[in-house]
Write a protein that binds this ligand. Sequence first.
Ligand SMILES: Nc1ncnc2c1ncn2[C@@H]1O[C@H](COP(=O)(O)OP(=O)(O)OP(=O)(O)O)[C@@H](O)[C@H]1O
Ligand SMILES: [Mg+2]
Length: 249
Amino acid sequence: MGELLSVREVGKTYTGAKGQQVTALADVDLDVAEGEVVALIGPSGCGKSTLLRMIAGLDGAFDGELTWTKPPRPGKDIGFVFQEPALLPWRSVERNVSLGLEALRDNSSEARQRVRDLLELVGLADFAQCFPKELSGGMRQRAAIARALAYDPRILLMDEPFGALDAITRDRLHDDLLRIWEATRKTIILVTHSVEEATYLADRVAVMSARPGRIKAVHHVPLDRDRDPSTRRLPQFAEFAGMLRQELE
Ligand SMILES: Nc1ncnc2c1ncn2[C@@H]1O[C@H](COP(=O)(O)OP(=O)(O)OP(=O)(O)O)[C@@H](O)[C@H]1O
Ligand SMILES: [Mg+2]
């Protein structure tokens, strides 16, 4: 696995509506290898979404440096799942999922099939023609995940993608994401509040401190890459998740 991204001394200060300054991030250092799954965990407000948006290129105003060995092409290489599923209300579920493909002018039959397969994968095949307002919060989140995968980006940035889901759907999508990763070896940066989710999905877990956010520690997950539901019952799993929880406290 070669190096893909290095984040060096990245800092971010927002100026609020009343002119007050909020330092969201300070001196963040993080390396991400190609094909790796990195989880970012940390207390609410520590700058996880801020960091992810910078990596996505959605916010260019920050201190420090982001260096890519293979710079991502805009609209092609990065799929982003936002913390709030940002679906377009006037488009059906299917046409939300195919949005990125339309932007790339990819109307091939494979692309259309992929949209149908993804809707199947996230359990929304029967809702393809519905509008976002007709979906539950969890269903909207699943549509947003399908949309991020639709154009097959090589980098997937996910901001608490499973937060609004019930436990059964969440576990199923965890396993789907593992399978997608095994088949495609995408580089994934995943923000989560769940130490179990981080342990189950990631190769490494970066723990952030409270605002201003810094990377407090980065841990290798001591589990084989081949994971399935039985992995959750291993003693190392509970031990590692427990260690992460302690580090967050
Ligand atoms: N557009 C903005 N203008 C001003 N302040 C902002 C803006 N966006 C974020 N902040 C501030 O930056 C800090 C970090 O916010 P961010 O959304 O990155 O946190 P987070 O770690 O993702 O939190 P959560 O886990 O609750 O999603 C917060 O204090 C927030 O108030
Ligand atoms: Mg956030």
